[in-house]
Design a binder for this molecule. Structure first.
Ligand code: HEC
Length: 172
């Protein structure tokens, strides 16, 4: 926020100077509108940073450690990037099941897994409790959940990029 205030002051001073120097009112208008649009950009950036910080502080576990644990235990069935493997494990990047549950609920889910006869079973295959690795304690499962969140955010970002007009116009 400080940065935005400073920037605003600098721009206001610049407009003031332009007026003072007797620049035409057209110039002053242009200065004001460029100051406004630049402030809008700065405000958007500040909002993005603060929401990124909020995400970080809300983060339940450590996504970097979680990524390691995921690769050791979960990747065999779900793929190194959580993209899913035919007849082994579902795509976790775009899973609505993950998106729709709190971190606590996901840890509970990972502890119990999902049995083929479960009403929620998608594929009729076993999702083993703790991914079949009993050494994963709750703290490690929380790290894995943090990594699942990160994985989903990346997938959302990629989808948004693919749907943007700039990339739709690309021919390669
Ligand atoms: C032996 C293979 C295997 C391993 C290892 C495994 N999973 Fe799974 N997992 C599955 C299968 C199969 C399903 C889908 C079950 C179904 O059809 O409902 C699944 C489902 C899930 C789901 C639910 C997805 C949804 O959209 O319903 C999550 C979340 C999940 N696994 C996370 C993990 C995590 C995290 C690990 C590592 C700790 C892990 N799995 C390890 C096989 C595995």
């Amino acid at each position: 926020m400080k940065l935005v205030t400073v920037l605003g002051l600098v721009l206001t001073t610049c407009c003031g100077a332009a007026l003072f120097a007797g620049a035409g009112s057209r110039d002053a208008g242009r200065c004001r509108s460029s100051a406004e649009s630049s402030l809008v950009v700065q405000l958007a950036a500040a909002r993005e940073t603060s929401s990124a910080l909020r995400n970080l502080s809300n983060e339940y576990g450590d996504a970097t450690i979680g990524a390691q644990r995921f690769r050791e235990t979960c990747a065999a069935c779900h793929g190194a990037n959580g993209q899913g493997m035919p007849r082994q494990g579902l795509d976790l990047r775009t899973s609505a099941f993950i998106a729709g549950r709190t971190d606590e609920k996901l840890v509970e889910f990972l502890k119990s897994g999902r049995w083929p006869n479960d009403a929620q079973s998608v594929s009729g295959l076993l999702m083993p409790p703790r991914g079949g690795n009993s050494s994963l304690d709750d703290a490690q499962l929380r790290n894995i959940v943090a990594f699942l969140r990160q994985m989903q955010r990346e997938a959302q970002r990629e989808a948004a990029q693919e749907n943007s007009p700039a990339s739709a116009a690309r021919t390669d």
